[in-house]
Design a protein around this ligand. Structure first.
Ligand SMILES: O=C1O[C@H](COP(=O)(O)O)[C@@H](O)[C@H](O)[C@H]1O
Length: 256
């Protein structure tokens, strides 16, 4: 990994619908770029509102779907039949509605206990990134909780300092369900691109604390060392930022 950090590109749009549209345009652009450059597209998904943005818009994009490999930035350790399962949401929202097949999702094994599930998930990722010290995902899509958490990396939690594993187990998540697995910061910050997307007034205070005041909360610790960082916000989520600039020279091609 190199040590240059990219400044965040902030894109502020009118509405939640526009956030989803911008996000799906970004995914389309980066998937085609990655497939052309590296022959495949490796994307990490998040749960919560991110799943709604993507499941609505991705079915209409133009991409070589058979070249996609989909991972989870974090996943809740519950059966795939449980409504808390992030895989369940994407499976229902994308398989059958796009040409994506179940086999293209790299999923956790929800039958394992949490430490074993993290180890197993790391091995599955390692198999797709052989001979790598750290995996280099094309795109990691991240959400931000009201406490500033991202993936399953929560404020004040010892996992924020985890530097040795690709995937960590958490059994005391402050947000239910308590048992989850999560990518760690060295993995997240080694991606070609990390993108946050969010909408609504409920995100505004935390957006200001992180992007405006620079507080070192987990979402603010997403700083790719040699990649792009993008925050797509609607007007309400950006409403407490005094000046929401967009750095036009970067990623502008796909975010008009
Ligand atoms: O629990 C989780 O929360 C975050 C944020 O969710 P949101 O609905 O506020 O966007 C999500 O990114 C993460 O994947 C999930 O496990």
């Amino acid at each position: 990994m190199t040590s240059t950090k990219s400044p965040a590109v902030r894109k502020v749009v009118e509405s939640e619908k526009e956030v989803a549209k911008q996000l799906c345009t970004l995914v389309e652009h980066l998937s085609n770029e990655a497939i052309e450059a590296r022959g495949r597209f490796t994307i990490g998904l998040s749960g919560g509102s991110m799943a709604k943005f993507l499941c609505g818009g991705l079915p209409s994009i133009q991409t070589s779907w058979d070249k996609w490999l989909l991972f989870f930035c974090d996943e809740r350790l519950v059966p795939f039949s449980n409504d808390d399962s992030t895989y369940k949401i994407y499976q229902a929202g994308l398989v059958g509605k796009t040409p994506l097949k179940d086999e293209q999702f790299v999923t956790i094994n929800p039958d394992l206990e949490v430490q074993a599930a993290a180890k197993d998930y790391e091995e599955k990722i390692r198999a797709k990134f052989p001979d790598s010290d750290w995996p280099r995902f094309d795109l990691l899509l991240l959400g931000m909780g009201p406490d500033g958490h991202t993936a399953s990396l929560f404020p004040g939690h010892p996992l924020l300092d985890e530097q040795s594993v690709w995937v960590a187990a958490i059994s005391d998540s402050p947000k239910p369900p308590p048992c989850r697995v999560t990518m760690t910061f060295p993995v997240i910050n080694n991606a070609h691109c990390c993108a946050f997307a969010m909408a609504g007034e409920g995100k505004a205070d935390m957006v200001k604390r992180i992007l405006g005041d620079g507080e070192a909360l987990p979402s603010g610790m997403v700083q790719p060392t040699d990649g792009e960082l993008l925050w797509i916000l609607d007007k309400s989520a950006a409403s407490k930022l005094s000046l929401p600039p967009t750095r036009k020279e970067c990623l502008s091609c796909c975010l008009q």
